[in-house]
Design a protein around this ligand. Structure first.
Ligand SMILES: O=C(O)C(=O)C[C@H](CCCc1ccccc1)C(=O)O
Ligand SMILES: [Zn+2]
Length: 339
């Protein structure tokens, strides 16, 4: 009887480092644990990222959601699609554009634009995309407006498991599930969100680079009143070490996730996300939860200090009115006094 080949040696590596963008930092790997491993709860409890395997969280989507199936079953409502002239999709809050240095907000030039599109129009643009054209990135929350088949698939998600995590960790309510359909090579630059996130890969491979909230001094976030609030000012591809000297010391983690993997992105953790290059479009569903009620306990957690700094910036803007006065007041308050 011919020896049965070891399945592992047959498993073709579906991607390699040539599919990843190159950065000047080295990153440690995010641990990968099975969903029923008790250590998963330890990671979630201590707000540490972990890749959770085998949860079947979005199994119906993995089994059925090809781009053709989504086109046929997404429903008739329009979807939010971002366009960018390069591979970066840097989110901005258009409600904060006016606050940019001058009243007309002229200084802020949006790095991407948004269109509401029917699913068939998005898919057509995706299929017919040519090099040099604007890249596309659909980021649409799943609502009851989707077609009946997708409603059924959604009901078939592993709610028993994820609800048990929400309960065990005293999270707030599930606020949204965003469906991401990205072109290969698209990048969402480093930012943090104020929600807990279970990030479930449906199709293709995504690389996530994460920095903990205690790396605040290395990440140089935009001011809270800036349209790029919650984003890092550092361009990971071309960091300006003169303007952002501490970025050199940033300690990051990275994970490449594929179909069936769920990455826990803890609240306030910095994350950069890229769809691997030359492997085609990726499909992801996220599960955003409000944070649980955090009792003020000492010593304060790092993410709580970020929240405190945010509140100070908001309060100062409220009382000073002019964003240009916030920096000088903080400098006068700190330099030579608190150092
Ligand atoms: O799920 C998450 O938190 C991600 O960052 C996923 C990311 C797209 C996020 C777009 C975005 C950025 C900032 C505010 C609101 C939306 C990706 O997968 O490319
Ligand atoms: Zn995010």
């Amino acid at each position: 009887m011919a020896s049965v080949p070891d399945i592992r040696s047959c498993e073709k590596k579906l991607w390699d480092s040539s599919n990843l963008r190159k950065y000047c930092l080295n990153f440690e790997e995010v641990p990968r644990l099975f969903y029923d491993d008790p250590r998963v709860d330890e990671f979630i409890c201590s707000h540490k990222p972990v890749v959770i395997l085998g949860s079947n969280l979005v199994k119906p989507a993995i089994d059925r959601w090809s781009l053709e199936y989504i086109e046929r079953n997404m429903g008739t409502d329009v979807n939010t699609v971002f366009f960018s002239r390069n591979h970066k999709f840097k989110y901005f809050d258009d409600k904060k554009i006016h606050s940019c240095n001058n009243p007309r907000g002229v200084e802020f030039s949006p790095p991407m634009r948004k269109e509401e599109m029917k699913i068939e129009d998005f898919m057509k643009r995706l299929r017919e995309w040519k090099r040099g054209e604007e890249r596309l990135y659909m980021q649409q929350s799943l609502t009851s407006a989707v077609g009946p088949n997708i409603v059924q698939d959604f009901i078939g998600f592993n709610w028993k498991w994820i609800n048990s995590k929400q309960k065990a960790h005293n999270w707030g309510k599930l606020t949204s599930n965003l469906l991401y359909i990205s072109m290969e090579g698209n990048v969402t630059p480093c930012h943090y969100d104020e929600q807990e996130n279970f990030f479930a890969e449906v199709h293709g491979y995504k690389r996530c680079i994460l920095f903990s909230p205690d790396q605040f001094q290395c990440m140089y976030p935009y001011p809270v009143h800036h349209p790029h609030d919650r984003q890092s000012m550092v361009d990971l591809e071309k960091p300006d070490h003169t303007k952002f000297p501490k970025f050199r010391d940033a300690k990051g983690l990275e994970a490449v996730i594929g179909p069936g993997d769920v990455l826990y992105i803890p609240i306030y953790w910095w994350h950069h996300v890229e769809s691997l290059m030359r492997l085609g479009p990726t499909i992801t569903i996220n599960f955003w939860y409000k944070a649980g009620p955090t009792a003020i306990e000492y010593p304060l957690r790092d993410h709580q200090k970020v929240s405190i700094m945010r509140n100070i910036e908001k309060m100062l803007l409220e009382v000073l009115q002019d964003p240009k006065e916030v920096g000088p007041l903080l400098r006068n308050m700190v330099l030579g006094r608190f150092e």
